[in-house]
Design a protein around this ligand. Structure first.
Ligand SMILES: Cc1cc2nc3c(=O)[nH]c(=O)nc-3n(C[C@H](O)[C@H](O)[C@H](O)COP(=O)(O)O)c2cc1C
Length: 255
């Protein structure tokens, strides 16, 4: 079983996203899977120029950058893996520019003149199933506590799953990163006792991916829980009057 994680953080191996991916890989390795983390920040990823060259008959779905950057080699890694994790921090309500730039290059692998119907009944053009339809997990992290913050990224990958015929094997959503010192600060970790459970769930998610190819709902619930030590915080934060309490609490915790 081979798990490939695509890390879209511009901070690469030093970031929070990488820390979360390391936990998943720890679990996957323990369960016997092979794990590789590709931090896009370390690779040369050119942006699609929309030049259309890849869709001209003589270029046969080969991007103009084919042998001039690292995208083709990362696509090949996706092709050879069993499950992919698309991981990104939220950057101004969306995925990182790096991950989006990378994913835009999938366009060059599709014959846009050939139409098809996806398994979920959507009209779409031809895609390279070996790369686009790989079972995948979304991992998104952010600082803000509002559910609105990671929504666009989650929605993007839900659409991706349906258009690309790619089985969606789980969603890991971690908010409050800054508040909790990104889980790396031992003092902050004491203030957020739930973090230990959250990180244990990330390790468990890795185990489940290795053994079952998907993350169980229960594990996702634990991994995605609120870390603020206030009972029913997830429900309370939906009510505007509670926002003031939340603000005071957040300020205290960041101090
Ligand atoms: C350019 C940029 C934009 C960001 N925008 C948001 C945002 O809209 N909402 C949010 O909660 N966090 C935002 N963040 C914070 C990151 O999502 C957060 O710190 C994340 O954990 C960083 O992951 P990393 O350490 O792997 O890079 C932004 C960070 C950067 C650098």
């Amino acid at each position: 079983m081979k798990l490939l994680a695509i890390n879209g953080s511009h901070r690469g191996d030093k970031g929070h996203t990488r820390h979360l991916l390391d936990l998943v890989c720890q679990g996957a390795n323990e369960a016997g899977a092979e794990c590789e983390i590709v931090s896009l920040a370390k690779y040369k990823i050119n942006r699609c120029l929309s030049c259309g060259e890849c869709h001209e008959a003589e270029h046969n779905l080969q991007c103009a950058y084919h042998d001039r950057d690292d995208v083709a080699s990362i696509f090949a890694k996706i092709g050879q893996s069993d499950v992919v994790i698309y991981a990104t921090p939220v950057y101004v309500f969306g995925m990182s520019g790096l991950l989006k730039t990378f994913l835009d290059r999938l366009y060059s692998t599709s014959d846009v003149n050939q139409m098809m119907l996806t398994h979920s009944g959507l009209l779409f053009h031809h895609i390279d199933h070996a790369v686009c339809s790989k079972p995948f997990v979304t991992l998104v992290c952010c600082d803000n506590l509002e559910d609105e913050t990671p929504r666009n990224v989650l929605s993007y990958f839900r659409a991706f799953a349906r258009f690309m015929d790619a089985p969606h094997m789980g969603e890991l959503v971690r908010n409050g990163g800054k508040l909790a010192g990104y889980g790396l600060d031992p003092e902050k970790r004491k203030k957020f006792p739930r973090l230990e459970k959250v990180y244990a769930a990330y390790i468990q998610a890795g185990r489940e991916l290795a053994l079952e190819g998907r993350i169980n709902q229960r594990t996702q619930r634990i991994a995605n829980q609120e870390i603020i030590p206030v009972p029913f915080f997830k429900i309370l934060k939906k009510f505007p009057p509670f926002k003031k309490v939340m603000l005071v609490r957040a300020k205290e915790m960041m101090a």
